[in-house]
Design a protein around this ligand. Sequence first.
Ligand SMILES: C[S@@+](CC[C@H](N)C(=O)[O-])C[C@H]1O[C@@H](n2cnc3c(N)ncnc32)[C@H](O)[C@@H]1O
Length: 340
Amino acid sequence: MTHLPKPDICQPTGSAELAMLDVYMPMMKSSAIISAGRLGLFEALAGGPLSTEDLAEKIASSQRGTATLADFLVTVGYLQKQGDLFANTASTQRWFTRAGQVDYTPGLLWTHEAWSMMGGLAESVRSGGPQKLLWDAMVDQPHLGQLFSSYMGAFAADLGPDLLQHVPVLPSYQRLLDLGGSHGLHSIRFCQRYAQLSAVIVDMPSALSETGDEIEREQLSDRIRLSPGTLQEHDWGCDNDLVFYLSVAHNHTAEENRLAIQQIGESLKPGGLLVIHEYIAETPLDALNAAFRLTLLIETGTQTHSYADYCNWLNAAGFDSIERIDLNPHEKGSLILARR
Ligand SMILES: C[S@@+](CC[C@H](N)C(=O)[O-])C[C@H]1O[C@@H](n2cnc3c(N)ncnc32)[C@H](O)[C@@H]1O
């Protein structure tokens, strides 16, 4: 699919450089896209273009508000105008509707929650860590755990085909341990593809509230078991063939990862495979990784790690044949495969 660049709305419309555009316009852009997600506006247009009147009725909103929001979304490249009708752009249809390749609407709903957390950035910078750990916030407000898990589920839908392509599952592999497995979609996908596999998903209870139902819907309750708890209270046995540590390392300190990888090594059978998915910190940091580190500073107090760190932890735990696969596009992160 051809990628049409969206307009850079931070650029001044006249000849003067207006520094506030860099602050005001991204705020309005984020806020408008998130609101469209919350109102179901993109989904309302998934079936085809609509007049302001019909769109407003479909999203149970005022005509004035709907037109004002939709007009702005046209200027940032999320909607287009066809005569008097509003329509999704190809990219919006692809990423923010159920008719598309992956529906990241749960990401919009999550970002609505993250928005207020970002208001505390200065305080986190001052103190060097979160005002409140994300995991504690999820215990106090259970809907946060559900939203986060759904958002991670959208990522997992996008990453799934890459994992199936790059992770070699031998016919002898039977036991999959999915650490921080959350929504369960990776375990489900691998159990569907490989009939000999059964899986255990370890995660905190707040991340698993919907997972059992999803496993049941996929009729895999006899092969996928949930193990609620933290990685730190680990008891993973010693007969695993395949371990997933997918997007979990950035939620842990270097010492916690060193220990977890040591324990993963001990839980694997000879010839077993560890699969790590991560956003690897390069020197210098790229903008996405640097932004992600700021998010982690506020939410979990942890950070992304370098490839050298992963190699050190893996070597110390007795892993060999370490392989790094940088995914395409770059924003999908990297896989690290290691055998023991
Ligand atoms: C970024 S999400 C990744 C979810 C999933 N593995 C994926 O790739 O889509 C990180 C997951 O790790 C879990 N997690 C973080 N710290 C944990 C801990 N100490 N013990 C158990 N799970 C943890 C979170 O609850 C969350 O579900």
